[in-house]
Design a protein. Structure first.
Length: 342
């Protein structure tokens, strides 16, 4: 190879490296500018006290703040009447969260060991830790019962998305009255078609509790299909009620469930639509939201549900009527995992 050819190859390599460096710089600058714009035009977030106590501070929303800045991922609060108003951040960070009746459940990263893991932390009304429980996988769902006596959480122990079929979950139930932890719903007796059902591929997720602090609903997956089950904590049983329901959420009056349903013909990575199920009649009603929602909705009252969809800087919250009427509307930007407290 001649000296001239070597020089040309070296020059070309230097040009390529310079181009790659410039592209990386432009991408980093673009991300930084996007964050700056989000912080400049996003919600105002300041540190302060956040309470889960019933009746304290009036109707409000406590949620995971996703706005860029020093308080990102912290639990924050806004008045329910001003969801896009200034936020008060708590300093307590959670990946998943829910609360009711002065009790909170926070699924968070655990950096105390040699390798990072996750923990479920029960919080009191002042966000102080009551108890802590190691998690076997990546946090995905969390719920507290209406009376604040029960908590449930789900983690991925294999895979990281509900959209496909190659995943495994573990769902745990904690009775705060006794301290009893059921580490996996798979230990409960399953009743299907009038018989006891057993299968090694059983998965549970998406628990929602009834007001009696004993009954719950959840998703059961087996043999490639999902099912709605009703559980009895005292009897340690779950009974299959219906097929093709995921992540149910029970209305405050206990008469309806809103859930996500796989609809044929939709993309494999976005297969769901929101539906409501009337429990006395088992009649389904599609909700007005036509986008694919991979979330367990939260009821604001007996008429409206709230859920998350991807936003410019994480997730935004939307609200829609639970009877299928009207149109969905954005409730909050840069927010996730809300709890509606009175």
């Amino acid at each position: 190879m001649t000296l001239q050819r070597r020089i040309l190859i070296l020059a070309a390599a230097l040009v390529l490296l310079a181009a790659v460096g410039a592209l990386a710089f432009l991408r980093a600058s673009s991300r930084a500018e996007a964050k700056d714009r989000a912080q400049a035009g996003g919600p105002q977030v300041t540190a302060g006290a956040v309470s889960l106590a019933p009746g304290e501070g009036g109707p409000r929303i406590v949620f995971r703040n996703m706005a860029w800045g020093p308080h990102r991922d912290e639990l924050a609060t806004v008045p329910a009447a001003s969801p896009e108003g200034a936020r008060t951040a708590s300093g307590v960070a959670c990946l998943r969260f829910h609360a009711a009746a002065g009790t909170g459940i926070c699924l968070r990263t655990d950096k105390s060991g040699v390798q990072d893991g996750y923990r479920a932390v029960v919080l009191d009304s002042r966000l102080r830790e009551v108890s802590s429980h190691p998690l076997a996988g990546i946090p995905t769902r969390a719920r507290v019962s209406p009376g604040g006596h029960l908590a449930a959480w789900t983690v991925f122990v294999g895979g990281d998305s509900y959209a496909g079929t190659d995943f495994s979950t573990r769902t745990s139930l904690l009775d705060l009255r006794t301290g009893k932890l059921d580490a996996s719903l798979e230990d409960f007796t399953i009743r299907k078609d009038g018989r006891t059902y057993r299968n090694a591929d059983v998965n549970f997720w998406g628990v929602t509790f009834a007001a009696d602090e004993k009954t719950f609903y959840a998703t059961l997956a087996t043999q490639g299909r999902t099912h709605l089950v009703r559980g009895d904590l005292a009897e340690r049983t779950v009974t299959v009620l219906r097929e093709n329901l995921e992540c149910p959420s029970l209305s405050p009056d206990g008469t309806r469930l809103v859930f996500k349903k796989r609809v044929p013909g939709l993309p494999a990575d976005a297969p769901w639509r929101l539906y409501a199920l009337d429990l006395p009649t088992m009649r389904e009603t599609p909700l007005a939201e036509e986008r694919s929602v991979d979330d367990q909705v939260v009821w604001t009252d007996d008429r409206t549900v709230v859920y998350s969809l991807p936003g410019d800087f994480g997730s935004d919250l939307y609200a829609t009527a639970a009877d299928g009427s009207g149109a969905p509307a954005r409730l909050m930007t840069s927010a996730l995992a809300p709890a509606l407290l009175g």
